[in-house]
Design a protein around this ligand. Structure first.
Ligand code: UD1
Length: 347
């Protein structure tokens, strides 16, 4: 059996790594196709190195651009690769433009399509990721759902064929990397005492001059130092809109997976608009505050581990001053989602 995996952006390298290992264990022939959506070493190469993901067989090097231009370049390149490789399956991951492009090409060429992390919904069509998810789900043959909630979302849209509740592949990656977490990054950053970690990169938060200022002010409401590894999209907006960085916020370069999780596991809390980081934080027993109006991961809200605070600084301060989270978050699987995915593809 031959599988083409389409990846392109940072979170997809994290999701593809355990699936690639599971497929290799079953002797499946694999072609790893990188669209080149993310191209800086800090956004791409470091994840391949740390997660032991083989270097991409093909890199389309599409780079940045408007949604239309970027996706169009991907469509053309992916179609060429799939025509030549003639795979039995194409696999796409998550909700990026690379996912959308991979899904459209496979579906139109009649190649069976598997979607890892199917069924997530924010119920906000204004988010590019929501459009990408909905389209990918509706053209997929196998839909690998991380949670029961995801299965229910699909059922409500009439999608029940090929839906498999396998668990979350990010748990697989997290468990794989956990023994490698270390404290030397903290020394390098000069961290002593309590601190917070933040990330910001959603288009809705950083492309709008008012919202990015409010987001920074929300980070400024944390009662202690906040480390903010700056996504290139956010760095560009900070420059363009001349956004003032609050005095307690320390902007740093984007971090690799090990450094990021090492920082998160010891943090007092994480403040983020990322989807994946909400889960990583709570699974590492670090409280999360989500800088959005909703979450695709309602399971993380259990016991107060995650709180949706929007861009409301007062809510940031009161949540951090409030009672600590209780119990443990469950519902993301047992760390063997990738093995199930590989077996289902082979079957
Ligand atoms: C994309 C995904 C988002 C995912 C995120 C992870 C879409 C629509 N969005 O958002 O779901 O959570 O990746 O990071 O696919 N840039 C660089 N170097 C890089 C990559 C990007 O400088 O290596 C800059 C470019 O100027 C680019 C901007 O960042 O214009 C945004 O990159 P893009 O890939 O369009 O979307 P993300 O914001 O990263």
């Amino acid at each position: 059996m031959k599988v083409v995996s389409v990846v392109g952006a940072r979170p997809q390298f994290i999701k593809a790594a355990p699936v690639s290992r599971a497929l290799a264990a079953l002797d499946v022939e694999q072609v790893l196709l990188h669209t080149g959506q993310h191209y800086d070493d800090a956004m791409s190469k470091v994840f391949f190195d740390e997660l032991d993901l083989p270097a991409p067989d093909i890199n389309l090097e599409v780079g940045s651009g408007s949604h239309g231009a970027q996706t169009a370049r991907m469509l053309e390149g992916i179609e060429r690769v799939i025509s030549e490789a003639r795979p039995d399956w194409v696999i796409v991951y998550g909700d990026t433009n690379s996912t959308l492009a991979g899904a459209l090409v496979a579906a139109k060429m009649g190649v069976p399509l598997g979607h890892v992390e199917a069924g997530l919904r924010s119920f906000r069509r204004g988010m590019p990721e929501e459009i990408n998810r909905v389209v990918a789900d509706h053209v997929s043959d196998l839909l690998f759902c991380p949670t029961r909630t995801a299965v229910e979302h699909l059922a409500r849209e009439g999608v029940t064929r090929g839906v498999e509740h396998v668990g979350d592949v990010m748990v697989d990656s997290l468990e794989w990397i956990r023994p490698h977490l270390r404290s030397d990054g903290l020394t390098r950053l000069g961290v002593s005492g309590p601190y917070y970690v933040a990330t910001l990169h959603r288009a809705e938060n950083v492309d709008d001059p008012d919202r990015i200022v409010r987001a920074m002010d929300a980070l400024g409401a944390a009662p202690g130092p906040v480390f903010l590894p700056l996504h290139p999209r956010t760095a560009a907006s900070v420059d363009r809109f001349r956004v003032a960085i609050p005095s307690n916020v320390r902007t740093i370069q984007p971090l690799g997976y090990v450094d990021m999780l090492s920082l998160v596991v010891r943090a007092d809390a994480v403040l983020t608009d990322s989807g994946g980081l909400q889960k990583e934080a709570v699974l590492l027993a670090t409280r999360c505050l989500t800088l959005r109006e909703e979450t695709e991961w309602p399971e993380t809200l259990e016991g107060g581990w995650n709180t949706v605070v929007g861009l409301d600084g007062a809510l940031v301060a009161s949540t951090l001053a409030g009672p600590p989270p209780r119990g443990a978050v469950t519902g993301f699987g047992d760390g063997h989602a990738s093995d199930r995915i590989a077996r289902l593809l082979l079957a």
